[in-house]
Ligand binder design. Structure first.
Ligand SMILES: [Zn+2]
Length: 339
């Protein structure tokens, strides 16, 4: 297959039925991924701890993983393990608490582009709010918004080795998006949930925005949690591949810190004040510049493993829609996906 592809899925029913439909739709890709990663069948004690938390507190997600394995014709533990592997990536998030088009949460998805299948999902789980989101084929991981107007996105960020030393089995960052979209309506509710079920296994930023203009960036690591809120002027916020609160030690050796700092500079120049509208945010997400480019793909001689912008999405609760570009946003148009 070519490097990055998209599949649109309309998923409804019980969580298990949703998992089955998803698994069947991406079965060939998922089987190849599981084989490629040499994921064995059979148990795995740290994973069993994480699984116990899922089945006890978030049984819907556990059911969906069972459905995924059934739909794809794979062993359950292979699918659970595949979901436990971090898909990696960079990403830029922009949070606009208010403006002419209401609150907006935008994300450029930056990953090494080889062999990726992304889903664009309209989900109508029985007894839960509907959601429109992007996802990774074969995984629960994904970001978007629910019909209550709550939006979730995220960026990778490495915490300092001291904070990562406490890493253990537990909630993975990639599960927070789906959990928040099914259980929460506001940023306050999502913050309470994250505080009750801290991420234990990895680190990163989680961006939250709601229909009333609530906004927060949660800096999560196994041994710490920091919450950034908008300033008193409610100016737009940005999350890149580091921690910006100043209270959370970032891994200082990561090569992408310098690139992240340049993107923050580009953001400050673009959104120094005022509330941008949807078109302003689209223009920003597709913008290129010499240093600190927000749309990050390269042309011609690009290195395949370099993190590149492969899609862009903007959650717009006032529109009840997700705007998503199937490719770098400077080339692929934003298309509207509603409920
Ligand atoms: Zn571009």
């Amino acid at each position: 297959m070519s490097q990055v592809q998209f599949v649109e899925l309309s998923l409804a029913g019980t969580r298990r039925e949703i998992g089955r439909a998803h698994g069947a739709a991406v079965a060939d890709y998922l089987r190849a991924e599981v084989e490629g990663a040499a994921i064995a069948r059979g148990s795995d004690p740290p994973l069993e701890d994480a699984w116990a938390l899922l089945t006890r507190r978030f049984p819907g997600l556990a059911d969906e993983l069972v459905g995924l394995s059934e739909g794809a014709g794979l062993d359950l533990w292979q699918v659970v393990r595949y979901n436990g592997l971090c898909p990696g990536g960079g990403c830029t998030n922009v949070l606009v608490p208010g403006g002419p088009d209401g609150p907006l949460l935008a994300m450029n998805k930056d990953v090494a582009p080889q062999n990726r299948l992304f889903t664009i999902e309209l989900r109508r789980p029985q007894g839960e709010p509907a959601a429109v989101r992007y996802g990774h084929a074969g995984r629960l991981f994904g970001y978007g918004l629910n019909e209550r107007g709550l939006c979730v996105a995220g960026t990778a960020a490495d915490a300092s080795p001291e904070l990562m030393r406490a890493a253990g089995p537990g909630l993975r960052l990639g599960l927070l998006g789906p959990i928040i979209l099914c259980e929460c309506a506001t940023v306050s509710e999502a913050l309470r949930l994250i505080e009750a079920f801290p991420v234990r296994a990895e680190s990163g930023n989680i961006s939250l925005l709601d229909a009333a203009g609530g906004a927060a960036v949660v800096e999560a690591a196994p041994a710490a949690l920091q919450v950034r809120l908008p300033d008193c002027d409610r100016r737009p916020m940005c999350a890149v591949n580091l921690f910006s609160s100043g209270r959370m030690p970032t891994c200082s050796e990561a090569a992408y810190i310098a690139n992240s700092e340049r993107r923050l500079e580009t953001f400050r120049e673009a959104f120094g004040e005022g509330g941008p509208g949807l078109r302003d945010v689209m223009a920003f997400m597709r913008s290129h510049c010499q240093q600190g480019s927000i749309c990050r793909h390269m042309d011609g001689t690009q290195q395949e493993r370099y993190h590149q912008t492969v899609m862009s999405l903007i959650c717009a609760p006032a529109f009840g829609a997700l705007f998503l570009s199937q490719g770098p946003p400077c080339r692929a148009p934003y298309r509207r996906y509603g409920f």
